[in-house]
Design a protein around this ligand. Structure first.
Ligand SMILES: Nc1ncnc2c1ncn2[C@@H]1O[C@H](COP(=O)(O)OP(=O)(O)OP(=O)(O)O)[C@@H](O)[C@H]1O
Ligand SMILES: [Mg+2]
Length: 418
């Protein structure tokens, strides 16, 4: 039910208005002055305020201004006597809803209160809808922001996934290509090993027969020279076949505790005898004192180290320095052997190919020396690395595990290097 505030200094007006309005079902509060009215306004919301324009202290306009500031949904109706009609008009301009001129008829009073209440409830409904709309707008904006953010995140995730998938695909492709290459090489290698095996026996027979003929025939001149060529070349072929078979069909590793410096001393002694009359190669060695024994396949390790030493010598045709060292690794439980020469060195673009089987830059090389070195060291659970500078020399480093847990007895089939 609409609640009405009546402000008038005339007792009869207050009383009459209250009676009429209460009779028609309104809640009515009356006040004599604006300051009284203000107290009611502080606690209660009114739908309509009827105020006399001329009040004892402050005019009815104060109520109008108060309403404009505190509750614009309250409709203020001015009640005036004839003389101040013009001020009622200016009150309308200031926002008064309507005005009544005295004497006010019951009908006019009820009509204006009803219209004001209707306008008032429409206004409140409008405000409520506006507030609701604003809330809705805000929540809509928030939802749009959230969804956009989620969309952005899922797009980012999608991109990452796409990149990951692409990377994985590339890796898979590379691995697959590598596998195909190594499978193919393994098949070719096995075939070649079978052929080499078949060649070995007749070649041995040829070589032996040539040896006998060389000894028994008393050849001279060109015939003698040709016989020498046949003999040397058949021996070289035997060497190649033996190397190849060693590479293609590796023997299993049989390890026993061994002092690596003894192995190195034996090889250096052999070298110094072979080299004695031939070239000006200075041999130097450095062994860290008290090195422990290491589990090694003696024969295969000797062969690997010999391959390195031969390569070093071949890299110094005009002489140079060969340094062999053995020491504990500074960073882990490995024993490191290095073979360093002051020879021609390795070009950067060659460096990653030198361990490939059959890669050689030598006219009579097979290109299996380093492939065998790598296989032997890796089957001991170790690794081989090289540092080289073209024109300055090269240094090959073999690392053997000192404790048996890190070493392995793996026997590896023919494989390609990546
Ligand atoms: N100490 C070194 N200095 C310079 N180049 C080297 C050295 N050791 C190896 N190389 C290069 O690596 C290539 C491969 O060496 P690897 O021992 O596998 O085969 P090779 O010596 O050519 O033939 P072989 O099978 O007779 O040993 C050599 O041809 C050479 O170009
Ligand atoms: Mg070699």
């Amino acid at each position: 039910m609409p609640s009405i505030l009546i402000v008038d200094d005339e007792e009869t007006i207050r009383q009459t208005f209250r009676d009429v309005l209460e009779l028609s079902g309104h809640d009515v509060v009356v006040a004599e002055s604006f300051s009284d009215a203000k107290e009611y306004l502080n606690d209660t919301r009114f739908d309509v305020a009827l105020t006399d324009l001329m009040l004892p202290q402050e005019s009815g306009l104060s109520l109008l201004r108060y309403a404009a500031e505190h509750d614009e949904t309250m409709s203020v109706v001015m009640v005036t006597g004839h003389p101040d009609l013009s001020s009622a008009v200016s009150a309308l301009k200031e926002g008064a809803y309507d005005y009544l001129t005295k004497p006010v008829t019951t009908q006019a009073l009820l009509a204006v209160v009803q219209r004001a209440s209707e306008r008032n409830s429409l206004l409140r409904e409008k405000r409520r809808l506006e507030a609701e709309n604003e809330d809705y707008q805000r929540s809509l904006e928030r939802k749009v922001r959230e969804r956009t953010e989620r969309l952005r995140e899922s797009e980012k995730r999608y991109r990452e996934l796409f990149q990951e998938t692409r990377r994985a695909y590339d890796e898979l492709k590379q691995t697959q290509e590598k596998l195909i290459r190594s499978e193919r090489l393994a098949a070719v290698g096995e075939l070649a090993a079978q052929i080499a095996h078949e060649i070995r026996n007749p070649l041995g027979a040829i070589s032996n027969s040539v040896g006998v003929l060389r000894r028994d025939l008393d050849l001279t001149g060109d015939d003698k020279r040709l016989m020498e060529v046949v003999s040397a070349e058949s021996q070289r072929l035997e060497g190649i076949i033996a190397d190849f078979l060693r590479f293609a069909r590796p023997r299993p590793i049989h390890k026993a505790k061994e002092q690596i410096t003894h192995v190195l001393d034996d090889l250096l002694l052999l070298l110094s005898q072979e080299q004695a009359e031939r070239s000006a190669i200075r041999i130097e060695k450095y062994y860290e004192p008290d090195l422990p024994e290491v589990a090694l396949d003696s024969a295969q390790t000797r062969e690997a180290l010999w391959n390195l030493i031969v390569n070093a010598v071949e890299a110094m045709p005009a002489g140079g320095q060969l340094l062999v060292s053995a020491a504990r690794s500074a960073r882990d439980d490995f024993l490191e052997v290095t073979v360093t020469d002051s020879g021609k060195g390795i070009r950067d673009d060659e460096a990653d190919k030198i361990f490939e089987p059959f890669h050689t830059t030598k006219a009579d090389g097979t290109g299996l020396g380093l492939a065998i070195v790598q296989r032997v060291v890796e089957s001991h659970g170790g690794e081989v690395t090289v540092e080289s500078q073209e024109g300055r020399g090269s240094s090959f480093r073999l690392r053997f595990p000192m404790s048996s847990e890190t070493s392995s007895n793996a026997r590896k089939p023919i494989e390609s290097r990546p």
